[in-house]
Design a protein around this ligand. Structure first.
Ligand code: NAD
Length: 420
């Protein structure tokens, strides 16, 4: 190639393709309640932050040693995986539905979180196995069960965490059901926060019809949790004393029409029904099944629920001032440390649920939220709420805003999840 040609090729490459396709400078690109970009090193740093919290606590006594987390890549499921691995030295198997980066497109945060988790698990000598695909499918259940038999300690699990949040499910009948977030009583008119534009506005949500309620129950109810546990029981992969937990939410009265009494609340009622049925099954193994009602936190799932981001912004300010604010990792660490392990007993409410939302629901916290609820407007949001905290948690979920990460440097978007 002549000198002239060579230069011309180089100039073209520089102009049109400055770095290899998979090297990108990644900045947050927020669209409504989702960020369409995510940062691999930022997500890994977020995982390390959660590991550091677990390591700052004493190791669990009689903690889990072989754990399956269904919905393990973000939010409460990821926190459960981290707390089990780094607080109890557990081998963990995670199931999730995520996407690696490809070409100029970054992957999903759950993929990068898992890549970061595997890297840290490997360094710590902890076994980590992950399955990416549809947890609702028969194929995934069969693969995971085979994986438990061949790869997990003694071929069994002693804790199963069910932490899926999904907008749709293809059920064994072949029908794809879609979940909706709607009231089931009268249409709901309420204050809301447009988190994209930082505007407090009003929202009216129309009532769900019977089909929408039934479909939401199919997706977010307990049927799939039951199927997982029944199939694992039949396959003989549940260890003596095995426990299983699924997560729920109740929240304050201002959100009841859209949450507790809405389509999602009907699904959560079904989750509790399933929990009771699974509990009977787990008794055969001297184990148990229960639902834990967790605190409102910022995750991909909760950001999508109308009214909730406004409530969360106000709640965070009040709980931070009181000194009892928690995120996913603090909640799950408390569940493991104070309720499930260390020789403790589960503290059930009158409906047999564990209440990790106890501090959120303290009368003085709820009263403080209610006092400011009528006063909050676009102009007074920063005075009464912690929108900066909401936004920072939101962006952290996509790997942005973490200290020690160079966000101006191009980074490889395609990341392997390495065996650990
Ligand atoms: P999330 O969106 O952060 O996580 C959902 C997980 O489910 C991810 O790992 C995702 O990959 C996985 N997933 C979704 N569809 C899947 C599929 N088809 N196959 C395999 N994996 C799939 O959600 P989250 O907020 O942590 O919610 C988890 C549970 O906690 C839910 O039951 C939710 O109702 C409950 N909860 C959440 C809050 C909150 O404020 N976020 C509060 C209390 C309870």
């Amino acid at each position: 190639m002549s000198k002239w040609n060579k230069n011309w090729v180089e100039v073209r490459r520089e102009r049109f393709n400055p770095a290899p396709m998979s090297q990108q400078i990644l900045k947050p690109r927020v669209r409504g309640f989702i960020c369409i970009t995510s940062h691999p090193e930022g997500c890994a740093a977020h995982v390390r932050e959660q590991i550091a919290h677990v390591r700052s606590r004493k190791p669990l006594q009689d903690g889990p040693k072989s754990v399956l987390v269904i919905g393990a890549s973000t939010g409460y499921g990821l926190a459960s995986r981290i707390a089990a691995a780094f607080g109890s030295g557990a081998a963990t198997m995670g199931v999730f539905f995520e996407r690696n980066g490809e070409g100029d497109k970054p992957g999903s945060p759950g993929w990068y979180n898992t890549a970061g988790f595997h890297a840290e698990a490997k360094k710590a000598g902890l076994k980590a196995i992950s399955f990416n695909g549809d947890a609702f499918s028969a194929e995934m259940k069969a693969q995971v069960i085979a994986g438990i038999k061949s790869k997990m300690p003694n071929g069994k699990v002693d804790l199963v965490v069910y932490s899926l949040a999904s907008p749709r499910r293809t059920a064994p009948d072949g029908v794809t059901y879609k979940s909706t977030l709607k009231p089931t009583g009268a249409p709901f008119h309420a204050k809301n926060l447009d988190t994209d534009r930082k505007v407090v506005n009003d929202v009216t949500l129309e009532t769900a019809n019977a089909e929408e309620i039934a479909h939401t129950v199919k997706v977010m109810g307990g049927e799939d949790w039951e199927m997982w546990m029944e199939q694992m029981n039949q396959a003989g992969v549940l260890a003596h004393g095995c426990q299983t937990v699924a997560y729920s939410y109740i929240g304050p009265e201002v959100t009841w029409p859209i949450y507790k009494d809405g389509t999602i609340g009907k699904a959560k009622e079904d989750l509790e029904r399933a929990g009771n049925k699974i509990d009977a099954l787990m008794k055969l193994h001297r184990g148990r099944a229960f639902v834990s009602v967790n605190k409102a936190v910022v995750t991909q799932a909760s950001s999508a629920i109308p009214v909730v981001p406004l409530y969360v912004s106000l709640l965070f300010k009040i709980m931070k001032a009181k000194g009892n604010h928690e995120g996913c990792i603090e909640q799950i660490q408390r569940l493991f440390e104070k309720q499930m392990y260390n020789g403790n007993a589960l503290d059930f409410d009158d409906k047999g649920r564990v209440r990790l939302d106890d501090w959120e629901m303290l009368p003085e916290i709820q009263k403080a939220v209610f006092d400011v609820w009528p006063k909050v407007t676009t102009e007074t949001l920063d005075q009464y709420g912690d929108f900066a905290g909401y936004q920072s948690d939101f962006l952290k979920n996509f790997g942005f805003g973490l200290t020690g990460v160079d966000y101006d440097a191009a980074t490889e978007v395609e990341r392997p999840i390495e065996d650990a």
